[in-house]
Design a protein around this ligand. Structure first.
Ligand code: ATP
Ligand code: MG
Length: 406
């Protein structure tokens, strides 16, 4: 992609109406544009990051036999009445129609997925089932000041699984928890999982996946020694206490909930009368689980976790491009751009007629992992700079190609 053609621009100053670092940098670098508090448009650079995050999630959900669907976002009131959500869920957006009817905008999709899966599952041979989507959610959030980390509309991966019995659910629950850690690791994030009560859903156990960042809205206690972690909100312990699992000591930190998994028990299957025939022909209620990940929130968390005073520092797995190419001092980078693009390297080529200072500042702001400078000063070699460490090396073209395609 040529930067001169890219549908976005950069800003030197942080927008005055953004408090969070993620929104300040994402707006400045041209990844997102704010429509109103809690609602953003994603520009080409931002879309590329979202797609990379989505694809990591998609691969790991497919690997645990999840099947991708896209469910409706506009729901009839009747479905939400049936589960009690219409009157109990404060963040539910309710939309009146000119016909006098009312609708809900999906804030989560149990109300749609349960009747949907029910139509496909007749007997025990049809179980287990796991379907997921990566789709927009709408929530009437009171506080939307954390940039893309808390939107009134946001992209979520939500998976729902249905099982013949608790044992099969428990087996699958463990598999998905492992997949979640893999997803965060692949993005360069370290998540801790807290055990919590299921909240409004059931009395069953749920797990929240927390990434440490001061921009988060959760306080957690975690063991310095083992993987014990708990949300302060529900904990009877406090900082400095001994870990209940090992000999370690508990520390406290602020974190953002990047995902969670819930054992929903039989709440929704009961609401919709979802039964299946067991091997003896008796009617049984399945066990249901749900598994969320905040895709747009993760984009914000990634920026909060990885930036410096010059801009964003993307982890290579979710960066919008692999390399940011600049020609300086009359150096012509066009042939290298053509060559790398042909080899399948994702290159953002700054072909604008701008000063070196501005082009390099924009490269730092946008935060692509590898910066390439072509300049007569480099005597035929290319200056390759790592955005994260700032380390530079001069490589000839062959070595550069090997470096980028390794
Ligand atoms: P929170 O406690 O942060 O409000 P939640 O418990 O309401 O989260 P879920 O309903 O389980 O979250 O949604 C699944 C995931 O979607 C969350 O783990 C989070 O990553 C993301 N998420 C939830 N609300 C928002 C929001 N308003 N904006 C962006 N992402 C969100
Ligand atoms: Mg919430």
């Amino acid at each position: 992609m040529r930067l001169s053609k890219l549908f976005s621009r950069t800003y030197r100053e942080a927008p005055r109406d953004e408090e969070s670092v993620n929104a300040q940098l994402l707006v400045r670098a041209g990844f997102v544009d704010k429509t109103m508090a809690g609602s953003y448009s994603f520009l080409p650079l931002g879309v590329r990051v979202l797609r990379k995050i989505e694809n990591i999630i998609r691969e790991e959900m497919n690997a645990v036999d999840g099947q991708e669907v896209l469910m409706s976002m506009l729901h009839p009131k009747s479905l939400w009445k049936q589960t009690g959500g219409w009157d109990n869920i404060d963040v539910l957006f309710k939309v009146p129609s000119r016909t006098g009817k009312e609708y809900a905008l999906g804030q989560s999709e149990e109300e749609v997925v349960t009747p949907l899966v029910m139509k496909r599952v007749l007997n025990y041979k049809d179980l287990p089932q796991a379907v997921y989507q990566i789709h927009w959610k709408f929530r009437d959030e009171l506080r939307a000041k954390s940039g893309v980390m808390r939107g009134r509309e946001f992209l979520m991966k939500d998976m729902y699984s249905f099982h013949a019995d608790q044992d099969d659910f428990d087996r699958y629950y463990e598999i998905v928890k492992k997949a979640y850690f893999k997803i965060f690791n692949r993005m360069g994030l370290v998540a801790k999982s807290t055990e919590a009560s299921g909240g409004s859903f059931t009395d069953k156990v749920s797990y929240e996946f927390m990434v440490l960042t001061d921009a988060g809205e959760d306080d957690i206690l975690y063991c310095e020694n083992c993987d014990y972690c708990v949300n302060v909100e529900i904990a009877t312990l406090s900082k400095g206490d001994g870990c209940p699992k090992c000999k370690g000591v508990l520390d406290q930190a602020v974190a953002s909930e990047a995902g969670n998994v819930f054992d929903l028990g039989q709440k929704y299957v009961k609401d919709f009368g979802f039964t299946y025939d067991d091997a003896e022909g008796n009617k049984q209620l399945p066990i249901m689980g749900c598994y969320g990940i905040g895709v747009t929130r993760l984009m914000g968390v990634a920026v909060e976790r990885s930036h410096d005073d010059r801009g964003i520092v993307w982890h290579p797995s979710i960066a919008p491009f692999e390399a940011h190419l600049v020609g300086l001092g009359g150096g012509d980078a066009t042939p290298l751009y053509a060559k790398l693009t042909e080899l399948g390297v994702e290159v953002l080529f700054d072909d604008r007629d701008k000063g070196a200072g501005e082009m390099l500042a924009d490269a730092d702001l946008i935060g692509i992992p590898t910066r390439l400078v072509v300049s007569p000063r480099n005597e035929g070699k290319i200056e390759v700079t790592d955005r994260a460490t700032g380390e530079s090396q001069l490589l000839d073209e062959e070595a550069l190609v090997a470096h980028l395609t390794k």
